[in-house]
Design a protein around this ligand. Structure first.
Ligand code: ADP
Ligand code: MG
Length: 684
């Protein structure tokens, strides 16, 4: 049977309707997509460990001394407890949610376990090891569970696909493969999935092929966007105001910091050019980017043009619209979101059609609607975290010659900035509004959790008596409910509910992405005015929520979060008169890297330096294929970590486009499709 890469997975032997539906739901619909499900890790089982090395995972041969199991229905957790004897002494292993293993493990049986041994309190314990009933061969790939298909099953399907598939012609031209030392498609996939057991070269370079292709496509698109949309002529011009800054400061009720004033000046200069502004304002959380954006809007409104302010969430759009009423006046501000009533929406749309000068607040989705904005002169996109080229092309296209201002709190390192944005001007706000101290940051061990919440309850009671202004606290938990692969991670449904009861006297509520928009709105309003003092939430509170009385941020299982995310969370407190405090609770089984991140958080408060640390920690040694939360939406590569590959792909993309011929059929298809898409976006 010949199997093509773009055949549906259902053509594979052993994939029935149920499996193919499950795979499709997880986005795996073709054979190619299946083969692109790369291992997230490899277990190095080439040799057995020579002794217990704390923190370093290893393979141990063991004999089962006793087996017992238990179930915790509350957590939906089943645990098998194994007492093992190894040549280095006894080890207790805990195996979660694999009840079927019970049948296969018997007293006296010989097994192999791969994992990390923890010897901190005298006993050797292995939390969540991989169990092998046969001695494992060399390296073992670890897949992510996909669409409810177990990791073992996925691995077997991939192996079947690798032998059945008919390999297509090479997609990259010869000169690139040679110059960049890139392996072919087949060889790369076979190595990554360890189909070739005898090969002993490094696996990592094989990932480069996929990173390279991804970067190449990215740069091709970036170059084409530049060629086609490079300089969009400005649609509207504004007379240069003499006192915009003073006017703005009067409306805001505070003076701009010098960083804010500088950014505003750069905006003014942009608007005097003949091409439309395309500017990115980056600045740490709380540096006051919104105030600057309001300045840009004010400029356009004063010339009686229309403006749009797009926020990443409905909650933020509302919050900004509230603030904006003070700056632009009640009448000029409208809010258009998913929950706006049909009647209200019609009213707003009529006003837009009638060319009224308005500031329309909404979510990013507003751009995709077929809404005619006859006088749209200035568009602000707030907290844009992702900078895919196609997103940017769409933005430029949609705003059709309007001035565009994008703000972000995700600092982008300089080298990347140059590669990505030489067509986009960047303003950086490095200072903060006066009177903002740093947020005191403490790391707590999970063991002190209980004592901590006692202290917190006590403190909430005391400040209420003393200050009469209720103190506001965020508690952030990583999950909504227990989920694989770490069912013991704190979640709203269990720890959240417990805390809700425990701190009830102070007014508590649970908030997550699943909370309906209107209820979320009500909860936030209650939290803002102090009727609720404790908001127990998932990371929905990460972005932009601005409650100036919030002073305490508690993060459970804080080691599971990335530096950027922790910094965003910490930025939610200490935004007002009173200094903020941040308590990072460390999981019992925190990894070495997780611990390091928390230590960095405790001593580093500058968002830009944290971003650099983040890069340092990512570089080298990280497992390939693992997704990183970065400023770009790449699947395989990370421009920071794979900087060399990124730059090479850029050079080659330019060369391909300059040559203006198509080196391979695949590249021809890619380039033509891109051109068509960019044209459609811009000229439709
Ligand atoms: P960002 O969007 O950069 O995270 P915001 O624009 O939301 O920050 O500003 C954070 C808070 O600081 C807001 O409450 C805002 O009113 C206040 N603020 C901004 N700029 C100043 C300033 N120059 N002086 C005093 N307060 C400021
Ligand atoms: Mg903001």
């Amino acid at each position: 049977m010949s199997l093509k890469l773009d055949d549906p997975v259902s053509k594979l032997k052993g994939v029935g309707p149920a499996y193919s539906a499950a795979l499709a739901a997880a986005g795996v619909d073709t054979v190619e997509e299946l083969l692109l499900q790369f291992p997230v890790d490899y277990l190095d089982c080439r040799r057995e460990a020579q002794r217990f090395i704390p923190e370093r995972p290893g393979l141990y041969a063991a004999r089962v001394v006793s087996v017992s199991s238990s179930r915790n229905f509350r957590r939906r957790l089943s645990t098998i407890r194994l007492d093992l004897s190894t040549s280095f002494g006894p080890v207790r292993a805990l195996v979660f949610n694999q009840p079927w293993l019970l049948r296969q493990l018997e007293k006296g049986g010989r097994i192999w376990v791969f994992g990390r041994v923890d010897t901190t309190n005298g006993n050797a314990v292995m939390p969540a090891p991989r169990i092998f009933l046969e001695p494992p061969q060399s390296m073992v790939p670890v897949y992510r569970e996909t669409g409810g298909i177990s990791r073992g099953r996925l691995s077997r399907l991939i192996q079947v696909a690798l032998t059945a598939v008919e390999w297509p012609a090479e997609t990259l031209p010869d000169w690139i493969l040679k110059k960049r030392c890139l392996p072919g498609l087949r060889r790369s996939l076979e190595r990554i999935h360890l189909a070739d057991k005898d090969a002993d070269d490094l696996i990592e370079p094989y990932f480069d092929r996929f990173r390279y292709i991804e970067f190449l496509v990215f740069h091709l698109e970036l170059c084409l966007v530049r060629q086609l949309l490079g300089n969009i002529p400005r649609r509207f011009s504004y007379p240069r105001p003499t006192d915009l800054r003073i006017d703005l400061e009067g409306r805001l009720g505070f003076s701009l910091t010098s960083g804010q004033a500088h950014a505003l000046n750069e905006i003014l200069t942009d608007t005097e050019k003949s091409t439309a502004m395309q500017r990115l304002v980056q600045g740490d959380v709380g540096s006051g980017k919104t105030a600057v954006a309001f300045g840009a809007l004010l400029l356009a409104i004063q010339s009686r043009f229309q403006t749009a302010f797009l926020a990443p969430t409905e909650m933020l759009a509302r919050q900004h619209a509230q603030r904006a009423k003070r700056v632009f006046g009640e009448v000029a501000v409208c809010l258009l979101t998913g929950s706006t009533s049909a009647a209200e929406r019609r009213r707003i749309e009529a006003r837009i059609r009638d060319r009224e000068p308005l500031v329309v607040f909404g979510t990013h989705a507003l751009l995709n609607q077929r809404l005619a904005f006859p006088r749209l002169a200035m568009v602000v996109i707030d907290e844009q975290q992702r900078f895919g080229v196609s997103q940017r092309a769409a933005l430029y296209g949609k705003s059709r010659g309007a001035d565009l201002l994008v703000t972000t709190a995700t600092p982008i390192p300089r080298t990347l900035m140059l590669a990505l944005f030489h067509d986009l001007s960047v303003s950086t706000i490095r200072d903060r509004p006066p009177g903002r101290g740093v947020v005191l940051t403490r790391v707590l061990d999970a063991g002190r959790r209980d004592a901590f919440y006692n202290w917190l309850a006590d403190r909430l009671g005391k400040t209420l008596e003393k200050e009469r202004v209720p103190e506001r606290v965020f508690v952030v938990l990583p999950r909504i409910r227990p989920t694989e692969p770490s069912p013991d991670t704190a979640c709203l449904e269990i720890e959240g509910r417990e805390l809700e009861k425990r701190l009830k006297t102070y007014g508590t509520a649970l908030l997550s992405g699943e909370t309906p928009a209107l209820e979320r709105e009500r909860l936030l309003a209650d939290f803002r005015c102090g009727r609720l003092q404790v908001l127990i939430a998932t990371t929905v509170v990460e972005l932009g929520i601005d409650v100036s009385e919030a002073t305490v941020m508690v993060v459970e299982n804080a080691d599971r979060f990335g530096l950027a995310q922790l910094h965003q969370l910490r930025g939610r407190v200490g935004r007002g008169r009173n200094p903020g405090q941040c308590y990072l609770i460390r999981s019992e089984a925190a990894s070495e890297r997780g611990r390091q991140r928390l230590e960095i958080m405790a001593r580093e408060h500058d968002g830009f330096r944290l971003a650099e640390k983040d890069l340092e920690m990512r570089g080298g040694g990280e497992v390939a294929g693992q997704r990183q939360a970065g400023c770009l939406d790449f699947r395989f590569g990370d421009p920071a970590r794979d900087h060399e590959v990124f730059l090479r792909a850029r050079e080659d993309a330019k060369q391909i486009l300059i040559a203006d011929s198509f080196p391979t059929p695949w590249l021809k298809e890619v380039i033509l499709a891109m051109r068509a898409r960019i044209h459609r976006i811009h000229f439709s």
